[in-house]
Design a protein around this ligand. Structure first.
Ligand code: BGC
Length: 883
């Protein structure tokens, strides 16, 4: 029996059955499961219904679109569940069966909608530590069991919701981090099953988090406000359909509890002797509890957090336990990670256990914590006594591989500690492996760097008193990030943070959510390669996922930013801005690198005006496109006048300068070969090693490959002495390091002022690993057209990349023996691929054991980049050719 084609992986706004969406026109996507060669869609139909009545029927639409198709029915109603299904007409004209039914549910749908019966409440506890975690709750009666209940909840601070003695959901650090002065996200929970007739208690724990805790290196707390606050409301639908609401108000009561203090940077202080486990039940006496205080704030947008939330994604077991000093027990989790631990311990009542975290050990085996700067990263747990007790910090997070316990009278067991890996939930999409274990470790380090730092914002680092959404780091890493995980929802959220942080001048901030504006009024944002994230990140998300809305949403802000650059540039040369080629080892001192920063700025000005022209065209804004094209031409001309000599030498003569000029297409065609030769010489002066920082590094291998120097790109990849990607790998790294020399065998730890062992920026090589070693890249947005082009190297006997694209799984796996090169590829339904086999001619290329031309799914194609190429229809192919 042939398998019938069917629709799978139904998603709404990139998500499976999202609860609490504020999107006026949510978008639908599906994949086609169809093993036939050439499987494709020629038409589709979507049907959306609510309460068993169809509200929108798209009817048959003759289009092959299957990704992010917007709802186009009558206005959606708030607090409503909509069901949807789709069917398609395949390439033979046959209609499939309807898909399974998926759903989405709306939230308030408006950022300014009033929350019935709810006001912001807080709790003043003058006698407690200002950072103690507040417990707030209210008991209420329901005359009958409700039909349906939703909890809408958010906080200024971070909260953990509870209902009738149980925690609701498994998210942590909610509502997450936005610029609370502009926008706060709220969460929706279906709590129908947890409420019953009679008495119920709803409550929440409330901690400082980003809102009121310590943030940045300023050693101060309360950047958004010093007092935390909670806003929550239950929407209760009775059996007869009547709706009523119960929300936060002055009738709520509160107290402090076992969390004596909690702070993201500094850690948690928990006294289990004070832990009243029934605090959120009708049975709890709440005697001595105080009334909540109603708080008022300037109005702020409340938007649904249907996108990724932070939660425990994985657990890690320690592999070793040592005692480098008396009473100090050090657990090694074998992986630098981000999150918290689960402590399981038996100890007498009142035993105070100090838990410290570190990414590295000092020579004597004790934790290296100098690089944490002022962040204390220490949790304290006071035992209840009387048996096995379990503790998981909840209102802090740490970046660590090693955990030190002290304060115990006896040696703990190895299983006393479990690492709980936290990050924003993202669907894993990519895999990449080779025959070289060090390169595989590099890929693992890149991935872990992403996991550790994709927590609410793409942060620079997860451990020291920083953890900020540095724009430059995010912009260089985003193409790689999009291979490893589906990061579209994550960046949709973060680009809103970027816009929230935009200066009145139009400059994007250095970090988002922005804090530097208020800390350093003299800082004006708009820094080259950092602020440019505002244009580059939405553009990359569009390229990787075909998401046009992120461009539409960001367009006005992007245009303001271009206007800002135009205004501040002098004769189209962007003035010196702050960070240069950050941490490039080619400058004798400082972090800025040797590449002139006005060159970097102008190169990026060229790049962003070029992108803007394309975006404007795509969005049908022809006049804008023309304007941006013109501006782009002027900037490129200025770049050449100012920074390029007649013989293609660039100001600064650094690797990064050539990489920018070549990578961003700034040089006239005829100068390019000479510029490549100068780049070669720049490598020669550095023992054929890289000398690039955050700006140049992502361009290294892609530019070398583009200009026919893949051999040299591999040479850089395989170096394992300083500075190189494999130098940290050789020295035991399990994540990406901030500096090429964060630790060296002869000098030990690098500059302690800034020495993170979990900084993903140099992981930007990941995109080249997937696209050039593995062989997968996109030719049309969302991988609707795919380029399959591995460029193998003799030092590798095999490599494989896979990507779960919006259309389904793409795969490119090759292996070689002395005589034969075997290449297996998968092209998902409803796409096409251009395949460029690594062969000088196609004559000897066989597909599935026959000459390729005998295969129904393969057609001859125009040469690609002067190489013989084939067009592949969806299907699975094994190519064999002489090695
Ligand atoms: C961060 C970087 C960031 C840089 C800006 C550092 O403190 O860790 O990753 O991009 O500042 O210069």
């Amino acid at each position: 029996m042939p398998t019938l084609p069917r629709l799978t992986d139904l998603r709404c706004e990139h998500l499976v059955n999202p609860l609490g969406l504020d999107e006026a026109a949510p978008r639908f996507s599906w994949k086609l499961a169809d093993p036939r060669t050439g499987a494709a869609q020629i038409a589709y139909q979507i049907e959306v219904s609510a309460a068993n009545a169809v509200v929108w029927d798209s009817r048959r639409i003759d289009a092959d679109t299957s990704v992010l198709i917007p709802y186009a029915g009558p206005a959606l109603q708030p607090h409503t569940r909509y069901h949807w299904r789709a069917r398609i007409w395949d390439h033979t004209g046959v209609v499939t069966a309807w898909s399974e039914t998926a759903w989405f549910e709306t939230g308030f749908l408006s950022a300014n909608a009033p929350w019935p019966k709810a006001t912001w409440i807080g709790l003043s506890l003058p006698s407690a530590d200002p950072q103690s975690v507040r417990h707030l709750c209210k008991t209420f009666r329901l005359p009958s069991a409700p039909r349906e209940v939703r909890l809408y909840i958010t906080a200024r601070g971070i909260f953990e919701p509870h209902l009738n003695g149980e925690r609701i959901g498994c998210d942590v650090l909610t509502p997450g981090w936005t610029d609370y002065r502009h926008r706060i996200e709220y969460l929706t929970h279906d709590v129908t099953a947890q409420l019953h007739a009679g008495e119920n208690t709803l409550g929440a724990l409330l901690a400082d988090g980003w809102y009121a805790g310590y943030l940045t290196w300023s050693k101060t707390r309360g950047h958004y406000g010093k007092e935390t606050a909670l806003l929550a409301t239950l929407r209760i639908v009775d059996a007869d359909g009547t709706v009523h609401w119960i929300g936060t108000d002055s009738s709520w009561r509160g107290a402090s509890g076992p969390f004596l203090s909690a702070d993201l940077y500094n850690g948690e202080n928990f006294d289990a002797r004070l832990d009243a486990r029934d605090w959120c039940t009708p049975a709890s006496s709440s005697k001595g509890w105080k009334s909540a205080r109603v708080l008022t704030f300037p109005s702020v947008a409340l938007t649904a957090k249907a996108f990724g939330r932070v939660r425990t994604i994985e657990e890690l077991k320690p592999v070793a336990l040592t005692q480098p000093a008396k009473g100090r027990h050090v657990f090694d989790l074998a992986q630098n990670m981000v999150g918290v631990i689960r402590l399981r311990i038996r100890a007498p009542r009142g035993t105070r256990i100090t838990i410290r975290y570190a990414e590295m050990l000092q020579a004597d085996g004790t934790p290296y914590t100098e690089n944490l700067r002022s962040a204390k990263c220490t949790d304290t747990y006071v035992c209840r006594g009387g048996g096995l007790e379990t503790y998981e910090p909840r209102f802090t997070f740490h970046g660590f591989r090693y955990v030190e316990l002290s304060g115990l009278k006896t040696k703990p067991r190895l299983d006393a500690v479990t690492g709980l890996v936290w990050h924003t939930e993202m669907t894993p999409t990519g895999t990449f492996t080779t025959s070289n274990p060090q390169v595989n470790q590099l890929q693992s380090n890149i991935r872990w760097g992403q996991r550790g730092n994709f927590l609410e914002a793409p942060t620079d680092c997860p451990q020291r008193d920083e953890r900020l959404g540095w724009t430059g780091d995010a912009q260089v890493f985003i193409p790689t990030a999009a291979f490893n995980y589906d990061v579209a929802p994550f960046f949709r959220k973060w680009t809103r943070d970027l816009v929230d942080g935009q200066y009145e001048t139009g400059a994007y901030p250095d970090v988002a959510p922005d804090l530097l504006k208020q800390l350093y009024p003299e800082v004006q944002g708009g820094n080259a390669a950092w602020a440019d994230a505002g244009i580059i990140c939405p553009w990359v998300i569009y390229q990787k996922y075909g998401d046009v809305r992120i461009l539409e949403e960001n367009y006005p802000a992007m245009a303001r930013y271009i206007a800002h650059q135009e205004k501040t540039a002098v004769n189209h040369i962007r003035p010196d801005t702050y960070y240069g080629d950050w941490l490039a080892p080619d400058a004798s001192e400082g972090g800025w690198g040797a590449t002139p920063s006005d060159l970097i700025g102008t190169a990026y000005f060229g790049r962003t005006t070029g992108i803007m022209a394309e975006i404007a065209r795509l969005l049908g804004r022809a006049a804008d496109a023309k304007r941006f094209d013109k501006l782009h031409t002027k900037v490129v001309a200025a770049f050449n006048r100012h920074f390029v000599t007649k013989d293609a030498r660039l100001a600064g003569d650094t690797q990064t300068a050539y990489l920018l000029a070549l990578g961003f297409d700034l040089l006239p065609e005829k100068l390019r070969p000479d510029a490549v030769a100068h780049l070669d010489r720049a490598f020669g002066r550095r023992r054929h090693h890289l000398s690039t920082g955050f700006v140049g590094t992502p361009l290294l291998c892609p530019v070398l490959s583009r200009f026919g120097r893949t051999d040299f790109a591999y040479k850089l990849l395989f170096h394992d002495d300083y500075p190189s990607w494999l130098f940290p790998v050789k020295n035991g790294a399990t994540t990406m390091w901030e500096r090429w020399n964060s630790w060296t065998p002869d000098k030990g730890f690098g500059d302690v002022g800034m020495n993170s062992f979990n900084h993903y920026a140099y992981g930007a090589i990941g995109e080249w690993l997937y696209s050039t070693v593995g062989g997968i890249s996109e030719l049309a947005p969302g991988f609707k057209r795919i380029l399959l082009r591995p460029q193998p190297h003799e030092k590798l006997t095999h490599a494989a990349a896979t990507l779960e694209s919006p259309y389904g799984k793409i795969s490119s796996a090759w292996k070689r023996t002395r005589s034969t090169f075997t290449w297996t590829v998968i092209v998902p339904p409803n796409t096409t691929a251009t395949a460029v086999p690594p062969a000088a001619s196609l004559d000897a290329v066989k597909a599935n054991d026959k000459p390729w031309s005998a295969h129904a799914g393969i057609r001859a194609a125009d040469a690609f980049d002067s190489r013989p190429a084939l067009t592949l229809l969806p299907g699975r192919y094994t190519f064999i050719m002489p090695a």
